[in-house]
Ligand binder design. Structure first.
Ligand SMILES: Nc1ncnc2c1ncn2[C@@H]1O[C@H](COP(=O)(O)OP(=O)(O)OP(=O)(O)O)[C@@H](O)[C@H]1O
Length: 225
């Protein structure tokens, strides 16, 4: 279960003109285990900020966040690191490791989980083939197109079968066909029990894959359902 209770997030901008920026205000919602939610809203509405709180990259300025049945405000560094391993993230800007190949980027979560190298090879090769990158295993990110990098980022986020998958505009660089393949992968993971939240501006995609919507406007949740 994911539960946000009266959550607020204010970015403090010391000395900046315009002062503090309230990114999220009094956010309240629950998502049951295995749920799927779209996260929508205009640019600047707070979608990335909400995802940041969920992958524990920021702490709320107020309120309480329970993730995977854990009160995140009580976590120490080790507890935070352990919880993070159960969360897969597709960042808007991919954040692939530049010096590693596509294969090694995707292998990373499995190696962190100390899986046997023979299993790593089988899983990574199969998933990269599935996302259409069988011929790109040895390429470093700078040798890949934007869409190819995005597919590597997605593969890295899902390879370890996370309990929670957070994706920020995961279809931004994909064509319609690739976007549908990605949704197929995401829905399969969801059927296997992963809770999933996908932030998107792509309302066509939302219409083709109906699911409850969390909609933010100016940092407030205006729709949940
Ligand atoms: N590090 C930061 N410091 C100060 N203000 C910030 C910071 N990050 C985001 N903001 C502000 O918080 C608000 C919400 O930003 P956020 O990135 O969460 O929006 P978004 O809905 O993800 O937008 P987009 O669809 O354009 O990615 C915006 O007004 C933004 O300017």
């Amino acid at each position: 279960m994911i539960r946000f209770t009266h959550v607020g997030l204010t970015y403090h901008r010391a000395g900046a003109a315009g002062g503090d920026a309230v990114a999220l205000d009094d956010i309240d919602f629950d998502i049951p285990d295995g749920g799927f939610r779209w996260l929508t809203g205009p640019s600047g509405a707070g979608k990335t900020s909400l995802l940041k709180l969920m992958y524990l990259a920021a702490r709320p300025s107020s309120g309480r966040i329970d993730l995977l049945d854990t009160d995140t405000l009580r976590l120490d560094r080790r507890g935070t690191a352990l919880l993070r391993r159960r969360i897969g993230v597709v960042y808007q800007d991919f954040r692939l490791l530049r010096h590693l190949s596509a294969y090694d980027n995707v292998a990373l979560p499995l190696r962190l989980a100390r899986r046997k190298e023979v299993q790593v090879r089988a899983d990574v090769t199969e998933l990269l083939r599935w996302v259409g990158l069988a011929g790109r295993l040895d390429h470093r990110p700078e040798e890949l197109s934007g869409g190819e990098q995005q597919r590597v980022a997605i593969a890295r986020a899902v390879i370890a079968r996370p309990s929670l998958l957070l994706a920020d505009e995961p279809t931004g660089n994909l064509d319609d066909d690739q976007a549908e393949r990605l949704m197929h992968l995401i829905r399969s993971l969801n059927r296997m029990g992963t809770t999933i939240i996908v932030a998107t501006h792509n309302m066509g995609l939302v219409a083709r894959h109906p699911a409850p919507v969390l909609e933010l406007v100016d940092g407030r949740l205006v729709r949940h359902g």
